[in-house]
Ligand binder design. Structure first.
Ligand code: PLP
Length: 405
């Protein structure tokens, strides 16, 4: 069990230092809701039947799968037959893209430079096979407009893939407007909605997409379980070939415990939705104003200026310094870790070198400023005391690093 946070005194920031950690990396993964874990346990212990088996334990497992599918379909406002369980959003995105491309054959695809690698990398593979892609340059916060998509359309555009909420900046793309445009041109639209679950209110009817991807662990569900929604009649062919599971649309033995946990997590998401959102918005605002007050002119927010176009859960900031210098984000992350604060940055380690975030670079940040960025991501479990602690711990670290830069 993850230890509860207890507090002890520390001189460094003259605050109560957490004995375990302050978790502000919820865009990477979230704490499994205890009620979700409780729901899963029987399927990891007594009910271990294969959901495809016709004997009793298999049938009990299958009931759990179908009950979860119903819960999810109710929240997403779709048919149960339109839900396919996967191993996570990486698989859902790969399956969505490969399946749309396979069905249409080589043609033109529209996406954005700010998509997750689980969208960008499969598209790069398609380019090697003769498909062409337009990578739209996002506006502030990683947001793409319907007019950008309209301008990029070509006679042979076969589909569009755009995320609803950006995982690094929290920017909200008006996917419903893009969906109306795509519908009018009869072009399928896939959306990576991973970071939107529980952050803004939406369902597939309101969004109007043909396919979408979700990952359970991003909304307090288990890791290794995802959802691919495929609207009935969409021009899509299955990706993972194997057994006849999921109506022949995704081979592989079903992760019954994960699926049961996903349904529960989705159900819990709807409870206290507004209360949780308000809680996160208040803490996020406290964090932003606290940082701006403590570090005037040093902290730069990487988000859309219109709060209506950002989820409050994600606060991404860079720390550029005069003379073209910048705080080293990797060092900052480690310093925060020493203080018990868990955050992340968008940098990826490629061949031993730290690469700045492709999302922040697509927003026009130079590589130094992009490398100086860190992302705080909050959840319903984040507390005021934790934000107070961060506001006490972070500014002295930044000042010390700035003095030595
Ligand atoms: N899409 C987005 C926007 C994400 O943030 C992530 C995870 O970080 C993924 C896809 C991939 O999800 P998973 O790692 O659960 O497969």
């Amino acid at each position: 069990m993850v230890p509860g946070i207890q507090f002890m005194h520390t001189k460094a920031v003259n605050m109560q230092k957490p004995a375990s950690f302050i978790y502000l990396d919820n865009a990477s993964t979230t704490k499994t809701d205890p009620l979700v874990a409780e729901t899963m346990i029987p399927y990891l212990t007594e009910v271990y039947g294969n959901a495809s088996s016709i004997h009793q334990p298999g049938r009990v497992a299958q009931v759990a799968v179908e009950e979860s599918r119903e819960k999810i379909a109710r929240v997403l406002q779709c048919e149960v037959s339109e839900i396919i369980f996967t191993s996570g959003a990486t698989e859902s995105n790969n399956a969505a893209i490969a399946g749309l491309a396979e069905k249409a054959g080589p043609g033109h695809i529209i996406t954005s430079l700010a998509e997750h690698h689980a969208v960008l990398h499969p598209l790069h593979e398609l380019e090697k096979k003769g498909y062409s892609c337009t990578y739209l340059k996002p506006g502030p916060g990683g947001v793409i407009s319907a007019s950008q998509v309209e301008e990029a359309l070509q006679p042979d555009t076969i589909f569009v893939s755009l995320m609803l909420v950006n995982n690094e900046t929290g920017g909200i793309t008006p996917v419903h407007e893009i969906a109306s445009l795509c519908q009018s041109k009869n072009i399928p639209l896939h959306s990576d909605t991973v970071q939107a679950a529980g952050k803004i209110r939406w369902d597939v009817q309101q969004l109007g997409v043909d396919l979408l991807s979700l990952s359970s662990h991003k909304f307090h569900g288990p890791k290794g379980c995802g959802i691919l929604y495929v609207k009935a009649g969409s021009p899509w062919s299955p990706f993972l070939q194997g057994g006849s599971q999921e109506r022949n649309r995704r081979g592989g033995t079903l992760n019954v415990a994960g699926i049961a946990g996903t349904g529960k997590a989705m159900e819990i998401l709807q409870e206290n939705f507004d209360k949780n959102l308000k809680h996160v918005a208040q803490l996020s605002q406290k964090l932003i104003s606290g940082l701006q007050e403590a570090l005037p002119g040093i902290v730069h927010l990487n988000r859309h200026p219109d709060p209506a176009l950002s989820v409050p859960h994600i606060v991404n900031c860079s720390f550029p310094l005069p003379d073209g210098k910048a705080i080293d984000g990797e060092m900052l992350l480690l310093n925060l870790d020493i203080e018990g604060i868990c955050v992340s940055n968008g940098s990826a380690c490629t061949s031993g070198a730290i690469e700045p975030s492709h999302v922040l670079q697509s927003l026009g940040l130079d590589s130094k400023t992009a490398k100086s960025s860190i992302r705080f991501s909050l959840s319903k479990f984040t507390t005021t005391e934790e934000i107070d602690y961060v506001l006490a711990a972070l500014p002295p670290i930044i000042r010390r690093m700035a003095a030595n830069a």
